[in-house]
Design a protein around this ligand. Structure first.
Ligand code: HH2
Length: 284
């Protein structure tokens, strides 16, 4: 694996976990729908997440929660672009969560560093769009579509099948001209997976490291944490932080989270203990 994730003008170091803060400019996201739909609220929230220690901001104009309906490229652009424009001056790389080539192009023209695609460049034109650019790319696994994915997801071996899918999409992306060091991979927790599939994937996350790309994990506030704790979405903070840390412990290099400050604290403790285990890193 490379030591850095190449994301346009940014080279993100992979020797320490990176925190990607979520900004949903949507009326219907599962945990914060409607809260940041107004541009000024979204921008204020983005600046707060940076102050709390976000390494990357991921901005999305389409909810992909189970059952969500698709949002047209024009509507996504209308939601996301004013936020990107207002955040031109920030020092952290911006990511846009989209599958639509038109939105990708508009976002790249505005200077974003990363395209995060839950459909792994499966929409016609997306591969070519990425092949022509130099940004970082997140390829995520999903079984089915957001409209249908939680109806009856099935796997013989979820870890192998997710790994095979990610390898195939990685190969396609490279063939389309995306340099390997630009690619991060994501098993897609909650996307066409039952709770048992999500748990198995987290338990075996290390197996996916063999693909040779940084792993990005998004478990924040998700339903499988509700299944494990019995808690509704607004009470999943502790479970989310623990899940992020478990993912990091298992090899994830980037965690996509809503609660940046709390995740940062957990990582600081983890990192301090890691460093103490490395005899050369600390004075005795
Ligand atoms: N999860 C969500 C959205 N985008 N992208 C990646 N790479 N990995 C994920 O796990 C992931 C993602 C869903 O979370 P959220 O954005 O909070 O909700 P919604 O899709 O309802 O807006």
């Amino acid at each position: 694996m490379t030591t850095h994730w190449h994301c346009g003008r940014f080279q993100l170091p992979l020797d320490r976990p990176l925190v990607m803060g979520v900004i949903n400019v949507t009326p219907d996201s599962f945990s914060d729908g409607g809260r940041y739909l107004a541009v000024d609220r979204a921008v204020e929230h983005a600046r707060q997440l940076i102050a709390e220690g976000a390494d990357i901001l991921d901005i999305g104009g389409e909810s992909t929660r189970p059952g969500a309906s698709q949002v047209s490229p024009a509507a996504q652009i209308e939601r996301v672009m004013p936020v990107l424009q207002a955040l031109r001056d920030v020092a952290v790389p911006l990511s846009v969560d989209t599958s639509e080539p038109e939105v990708m192009r508009a976002a790249l023209d505005e200077g974003v560093a990363i395209i995060n695609d839950v459909r792994a460049l499966g929409v016609p034109g997306a591969l070519a769009q990425m092949g022509r650019s130099d940004c970082g790319v997140v390829l995520m696994h999903m079984q089915g579509t957001p409209q249908t994915m939680q109806i009856d997801p099935r796997y013989d071996d979820v870890v192998r099948e997710v790994g095979d899918f990610l390898r195939a999409r990685r190969d396609e992306a490279v063939r389309a001209g995306v340099a390997p060091q630009r690619i991060a991979l994501d098993p897609g927790f909650g996307f066409g997976k039952r709770s048992v599939h999500n748990r198995r994937l987290l338990a075996h996350l290390g197996d996916l490291q063999a693909l040779g790309h940084p792993l990005l994990v998004g478990l924040s506030r998700k339903a499988s944490l509700g299944d494990m704790t019995g808690r509704p979405v607004e009470q999943r903070l502790v479970a989310s932080v623990v899940a992020a840390l478990l993912a990091i412990q298992a090899g994830a290099r980037i965690v996509r989270v809503h609660d940046v400050a709390e995740t940062r604290d957990a990582i600081s403790v983890w990192q301090a203990v890691q460093d103490a285990g490395d005899d050369n890193a600390l004075p005795s």
